[in-house]
Design a protein around this ligand. Structure first.
Ligand SMILES: C[S@@+](CC[C@H](N)C(=O)[O-])C[C@H]1O[C@@H](n2cnc3c(N)ncnc32)[C@H](O)[C@@H]1O
Length: 282
């Protein structure tokens, strides 16, 4: 057993762009709840890389969020709200029928990503649900997440997904994940991705479903909001070949002026921005 805590007030850098602590980001502690050498080493390496302390047990009720490395899963817990009950990334409920259900290319997201698109940079990977769907649909996806804690949960979800025969087959070798700021990564990309996908944290709503409340509240405690999403869009426009897609709540203003195209769903829409070179071609 062990714990590490951090991510409070100091901005840190992956590259050129600082990761500012915004809103109410909570400190996180790492607890090792496994005797497996591989899991213990992974947790210790994570703690060391991100300058976190490792504790042997969680004080109850722990004021920090807990990132627990267990035998078979990495999970995030708020011991004050749901003691002992963690959330982890799980793609097992995805309907894997090719071309149907979750993987239908008729849905607004793949339509916004575009028929001609082969490579996608998911610039706001989060828990990777969209990235996994896009990879299962056949796009080559590089998913980038700047919060190391969210990235650890994402990486663990993908590790377990690849152990599942159906998901492994559906994903092929088409999903890569990376921790870092997408603005830095985009600036160094050669070749440029065909499409960049941006799904920033939405502004908090007053009414939320219980599930959304539970998950989103935890994520918000770690990453806050994404006030620099407009800047990410600007950088993406300079380093993309065909299009940038931005997910927005249906009734929210576009992130930056009127999009060139928009594909609406029930609760969200996908705004498409075409770089100037694409306009000239068409
Ligand atoms: C709403 S979540 C994305 C959810 C994701 N589409 C999914 O399906 O699970 C937004 C995430 O983007 C990350 N993010 C925001 N700006 C970023 C940037 N410039 N580079 C990398 N990650 C970023 C945040 O840390 C947060 O985890």
């Amino acid at each position: 057993m062990g714990v590490a805590s951090g991510f409070v007030d100091t901005p840190y850098f992956f590259g050129r762009y600082p990761f500012y602590p915004v809103m109410q980001r909570s400190p996180v502690v790492i607890v090792i709840e496994s005797d497996l050498t591989e899991r213990r080493d992974k947790a210790l390496e994570f703690a060391q890389n991100h300058n976190l302390k490792v504790k042997d047990q969680v004080d109850t009720p722990s004021p920090e969020l807990v990132l627990a490395f267990r035998d078979d899963v990495t999970e995030l817990r708020d011991e004050q709200v749901r003691p002992g009950r963690g959330m982890f990334v799980d793609y097992s409920s995805i309907d894997l029928r090719t071309g149907a259900g979750n993987l239908s290319r008729k849905q607004p997201l793949p339509r916004a990503i575009g028929k001609e698109t082969k490579t996608v940079l998911d610039a706001t990977a989060g828990f990777g649900y969209d990235a996994v769907l896009l990879a299962c649909m056949g796009f080559e996806v590089q998913a980038v997440e700047r919060s190391p804690v969210i990235a650890a949960l994402l990486e663990d979800g993908l590790r377990r997904a690849l152990l599942d025969e159906g998901l492994n087959r559906a994903l092929g070798d088409r999903l890569r994940i990376q921790t870092g700021d997408s603005r830095d990564i985009l600036e160094g990309m050669d070749p440029k991705p065909d499409a960049v996908y941006i799904d920033p944290m939405f502004p908090e709503k007053r009414k939320k479903s219980a599930l959304a409340k539970k998950h989103i509240r935890l994520v918000r405690q770690i990453v806050g909001e994404d006030p620099d999403a407009g800047e990410l869009l600007e950088v993406a426009m300079l380093h993309v070949r065909r299009r940038v897609v931005v997910k927005r709540p249906t009734h929210a203003e576009p992130l930056a002026g009127d999009p060139d195209l928009s594909f609406g769903g029930k609760l969200v829409r996908y705004d498409v921005y075409l770089p100037a070179s694409t306009h000239r071609q068409s």
